[in-house]
Design a protein around this ligand. Structure first.
Ligand SMILES: Nc1ncnc2c1ncn2[C@@H]1O[C@H](COP(=O)(O)OP(=O)(O)O)[C@@H](O)[C@H]1O
Ligand SMILES: [Mg+2]
Length: 225
């Protein structure tokens, strides 16, 4: 189903918000379609608005105005539960700050969204095993998040985002904390998902991602170029 945003505006107020309405960041009238079967890359310097764009598109951050449409419906008109179900079933999200449940093992963290969606446990376990080996972290499946490096944690977040074979994948700086081999594995997996039909959005300041993308945008001061 089509996913796009129309005339989206988002402003963060400065420190003195309330007393002084000077905006510290402003995204104005952004229009953007995320295409199925393609890897779309948005690059730009730190603070240009990449994470803001990604968060709005994947249903995590409500814009001040404008709409995000999935399958013709405006997603922020759903109630909180409806939006959470949509995100879990159809979207795979790799946040810039990777957060995992500290009391669950790697394997349990990765399987959680699929079990929550009511999928067959055996199939989910197989898929989880495939993803972990593909990302070269198969040996870590029984470890807890507190026992992982930053790069290992990031790959666990990527596996978790892909466990439900989402229609759209949103990866915020997916190569952070990774060495060259790790970057290759992560970007190849995202690339393959697009070949299999997923719409993939990567936002990154890492030039390494460029050769994996079909469509490239730059971002500057909240504007897509
Ligand atoms: N919750 C927030 N409150 C205030 N300012 C924010 C908030 N989130 C982000 N910003 C500011 O908005 C700008 C864009 O942020 P972000 O989208 O995270 O950029 P990028 O991902 O390109 O580094 C930055 O200047 C950042 O400091
Ligand atoms: Mg960011």
């Amino acid at each position: 189903m089509e996913l796009y945003l129309r005339d989206v505006c988002k402003t963060y107020k400065g420190r003195n918000a309330g007393h002084d309405s000077t905006a510290s960041f402003c995204m104005e009238n952004v229009n953007f379609n995320l295409l199925p079967g393609k890897v779309t890359l948005v690059t730009g310097c730190s603070g240009s608005g990449k994470s803001t764009l990604l968060s709005i598109l994947c249903g995590l951050l409500r814009p001040d105005s404008g709409k995000v449409f999935y399958g013709g419906d405006s997603i922020y008109d759903l109630d909180g539960h409806g939006l959470a179900l949509l995100r879990n079933a159809k979207f795979g999200i790799v946040p810039q700050k990777c957060l995992l449940m500290s009391s669950l093992t790697v394997r349990e963290n990765v399987m959680l969204p699929a079990l929550y969606a009511g999928k067959n446990e055996k199939k989910v376990a197989d898929k989880c095993g495939d993803l972990l080996s593909c990302l070269d972290i198969g040996s870590l499946s029984g470890r807890y998040p507190g026992e992982l490096s930053g790069g290992e944690m990031r790959r666990v977040c990527i596996a978790r985002a892909m466990i439900n074979e989402p229609e759209y994948i949103f990866a915020d700086e997916p190569t952070n904390d990774l060495d060259e081999n790790g970057k290759k594995r992560v970007l190849s997996l995202l690339r393959e998902s697009a070949w299999l039909g997923a719409g993939v959005l990567i936002v990154s300041h890492d030039p390494y991602a460029v050769s994996y993308a079909d469509i490239k945008y730059g971002m500057n001061g909240g504007r897509l170029l």
